[in-house]
Design a protein around this ligand. Structure first.
Ligand code: HEC
Ligand code: HEC
Length: 285
């Protein structure tokens, strides 16, 4: 009957409306939450700095995130204000701590605030998160410590605290586990040949990286970061040491196919890369 059909049609239309509105509300609410943390150690949390409120704390966390993602734009050696030149090279923290330290099975910052203070083999004593950040500024970034009272340090700490809040201690994939090396000297010649096949397309000759065209492409200085030379990490950095470098290459590189290198290959390539020219660390031990 036409009357009945119209009622059925209205009912269908009404139900569809309810479903759509519910979906919109769910999506809106999901984005309002700063992050989703579960107590289940196999569920990786989701982070979205853009969903943080526009208050001073949200602003600080977002600035901390930017400092990790585009370090050279804010604190690199070429910025206008000399007082802001905390880094001595044009790397970004994210070049080693992928996606702002938010990615699973990388050297992530997820839960990092809960991992400090911790014993530091480098300093042979307990070390806090500020000092650990300083270590990367002085070595990986070949620069200087951030002043304790600086808004920059406070913002990085705020960002790392935010990535750590409520994160279970046993969350899987927060760091990269140490690996055992082959018990032999690395074959640097073989490492060089492998570099020519597996790395040079991205990192370029002698590992000097690939610059962006500043006119066509905005943002940070490099499309692909340098892994050697004046604009890279210094010889006091973790990445210049075989155990860190082999582990990084074996699990994180090549960026487009991580995990594809055999341990022997990663070891020989690390032998070659660690021998390339880079700045000398001038700080205390
Ligand atoms: C050239 C690579 C590189 C760059 C660039 C770099 N780091 Fe690191 N960072 C490392 C390595 C290697 C470790 C040691 C990781 C390990 O022990 O497996 C590390 C560890 C850390 C840790 C401790 C993580 C943990 O789980 O204990 C913090 C915090 C950190 N870096 C902060 C920074 C900050 C902030 C920047 C930018 C100013 C930065 N790093 C830039 C290589 C780098
Ligand atoms: C497909 C391109 C690509 C290939 C191939 C590749 N990388 Fe990378 N590599 C990158 C990118 C991009 C980054 C920075 C990642 C980011 O910022 O998210 C990086 C980061 C690095 C870093 C840490 C940052 C730095 O500048 O020191 C090292 C060390 C490194 N790569 C070494 C290697 C080596 C050795 C090989 C060969 C086994 C290799 N990569 C192959 C793209 C590549």
């Amino acid at each position: 009957m036409p009357q009945n059909n119209r009622q059925v049609f209205k009912l269908v239309l009404y139900s569809a409306g309810v479903v759509i509105i519910t979906l919109i509300v769910v999506v809106m609410f999901r984005n309002k939450l700063p992050k989703e943390v579960s107590s289940n150690p196999s569920v990786w949390p989701k982070f979205d700095v853009n969903a943080l409120p526009p208050d001073s704390n949200g602003q600080m966390i977002r600035y901390g995130y930017r400092l990790i993602m585009e370090t050279s734009n804010i604190a690199g050696p070429d910025v206008q204000n000399p007082k802001m030149r905390f880094a001595g090279n044009n790397l970004e923290c994210r070049n080693c701590h992928f996606n702002g330290g938010q990615d699973k099975n990388t050297m992530s910052f997820v839960g990092v605030a809960n991992r400090y203070p911790a014993y530091s083999k480098r300093h042979e004593r307990m070390s806090d998160l500020k000092e650990r950040i300083d270590d990367c500024f002085e070595r990986s970034m070949n620069g200087n410590k951030l002043p304790a009272e600086s808004y920059e340090l406070k913002s990085i700490l705020a960002y790392m605290n935010w990535l750590s809040k409520g994160v279970p201690k046993d969350l899987e994939g927060v760091t990269v586990k140490d690996i055992d090396f082959p018990k032999r000297e690395p074959d640097k010649e073989k490492g060089k040949s492998l570099y020519m096949v597996k790395c040079i397309t991205c990192h370029g000759f002698d590992g000097l990286g690939v610059l962006k065209n500043p006119i066509i492409q905005g943002g940070v200085k490099y499309v692909i970061p340098p892994i050697a030379g004046d604009d890279s990490f210094n010889n006091g950095a973790g990445m210049s040491r075989m155990e860190r470098l082999v582990k990084f290459l074996k699990t994180q590189m090549p960026k487009d196919n991580p995990g594809s290198l055999s341990l022997e290959e990663a070891y020989d390539i690390a032998g070659y890369v660690s021998g390339l020219k880079r700045p000398e660390y001038k700080g205390e031990k």
